[in-house]
Design a protein around this ligand. Structure first.
Ligand code: SF4
Ligand code: SF4
Length: 436
């Protein structure tokens, strides 16, 4: 039986690339690498214009804050350090590098040779920090900080999120099919850090091939593979924890408050790769797809590669897209051009035709949005109050518990831009909160 949660929706899967093996995207001649690719404080530049860098050289870091370092994916010369607006709309410093195509490795890049069982949790967590690893499912929270806080909490459940419930995206699915050993190796390192005797891989039942392969690759009984119902947003941390443990996270609390820690499958593979090869996080798998892309593909891409280069590599557009989305279509960030670069959280790059006009949506009071909300909220009220600027009423209806999954907007027959209203209300409340 597949496990699941209450509510949710079934958007069209559009997994056009599920059979497309991962292709290494050739490093471009010029890269533009943001010094903030994670949640937290931006890294401060540790290189200057004119410096020679190697593959794996630290470009920036701020070790005394919630931050992970950023490394160079190529060898070459730093040509500029400039502030630009990133995919999230933040103004972030970018280090620009001209690739010399020598692929010279930084001398500091060395595999961790000590047996894992002899390494302390703190030592392993510091290695994960130095490798620049953050959550690769899209959120980008620094993994070292998540593990540190889990160490200090009473965590007894390690759950690996292999759901990839967003339509179109297949990067994690391909990783599980092509390198299950790396994912399992990373899970074992995290089990060692948290001193846990077991772990659970949660995967949707539309990826039975990957689940089967994982079960065949796992050599013991310590890591279990649980099939979850294919339903959106099954990959949300709260829903995944509920589906596996029946534990509900109270509003305003974290997974560690209910004894659980959730890591994305690609994050586990990155941990394994960093420890075994010594190479920090310098690239990731990106699903480049959408109904406007000529040849949708899964590509392993160095950070700092431009979106335009990726679309070109995939044969360009079959029709002019109405929007470009980074991440999945439900929770990703939409933009109108291909002017951006791949970062640690770019799981997908989509070129799409607009399906619904949400500008003129009208509520018909059908109640469907409340039916599907996995957080048991009433999104129609958020929209009604946000529309007239009554944000405190939206707060009374608990708008801050919304995880912005977009399930309500997806189901809404009135095409009400629910998530936009919700984000506006949340931003206003945060800005005017007495705590701030
Ligand atoms: S689903 Fe849309 S139309 Fe129906 S109640 Fe919610 S906001 Fe209104
Ligand atoms: S109200 Fe928030 S949590 Fe609920 S369905 Fe809408 S976006 Fe998701």
């Amino acid at each position: 039986m597949a496990y699941t949660f209450k509510g949710g929706v079934h958007p069209g899967e559009h997994k056009l690339t599920e059979r497309s093996a991962i292709t290494n995207f050739p490093a471009p001649a010029h890269l533009c690498i943001p010094l903030q690719q994670h949640i937290g404080a931006p890294a401060k530049a540790l290189v200057s214009v004119g410096d020679k860098v190697c593959v794996g050289t630290v470009l920036g870091d701020t070790p005394d804050a919630l931050c992970v370092p950023v490394h160079s994916p190529v060898s070459g010369t730093v040509t500029a350090i400039s502030a630009r607006v990133d995919a999230m709309g933040r103004k972030v410093e970018h280090v620009e590098i001209d690739n010399d195509f020598e692929r010279t490795r930084d001398n500091a890049v060395e595999p961790f040779t000590k047996p894992i069982l002899e390494a302390s949790a703190e030592e392993l967590i510091e290695l994960i920090r130095r490798a620049g690893i953050c959550g690769m499912g899209g959120a980008g929270f620094p993994t070292y900080a998540k593990l540190k806080s889990a160490l200090n909490a009473n965590v007894d459940k390690l759950i690996i999120n292999a759901c990839e419930c967003e339509p179109y995206l297949t990067a994690d699915h391909r990783l599980l099919l092509e390198d299950p050993a790396a994912v399992i190796g990373g899970i074992k390192i995290v089990m060692r850090i948290l001193d846990l005797g077991d772990a659970t891989i949660a995967i949707e039942d539309n990826k039975r091939d990957a689940a089967l392969l994982l079960r065949q690759t796992i050599q013991d009984e310590l890591i279990r593979v649980h099939l979850l119902k294919t339903k959106y947003p099954q990959g949300d941390e709260r829903q995944i924890i509920y589906a596996i443990t029946s534990r509900q996270i109270p509003a305003g609390k974290l997974p560690s408050d209910v004894g659980a820690v959730v890591l994305n499958a690609a994050t586990c593979a990155a941990i394994y790769s960093a420890l075994v090869t010594g190479m920090p996080l310098i690239d990731r798998i990106v699903t480049v797809t959408g109904d406007c892309v000529q040849h949708p593909m899964n590509l392993r891409v160095p950070f700092g590669t431009s979106f335009a280069d990726l679309f070109e590599y995939c044969g360009g557009f079959t029709a002019e897209p109405d929007k470009i989305v980074t991440g999945g279509p439900m929770m990703g960030s939409a933009r109108f051009d291909a002017d951006g670069v791949v970062t640690k959280t770019t799981s997908g790059l989509l070129a799409l035709k607009q399906v619904k006009d949400r500008e003129n949506g009208t509520c018909i009071h059908c109640g469907k949005c409340a039916e599907v909300c996995p957080m048991y909220l009433s999104p129609l009220y958020f929209a009604a109050y946000a529309k007239v600027g009554e944000y405190t009423r939206a707060l009374e209806f608990d708008v801050m518990s919304c995880v912005e999954c977009g399930a309500c907007a997806h189901i809404c027959p009135g095409a009400v831009p629910l998530v936009q209203y919700i984000r506006t209300a949340k931003t206003y409340i945060r800005e005017h909160s007495p705590k701030k």
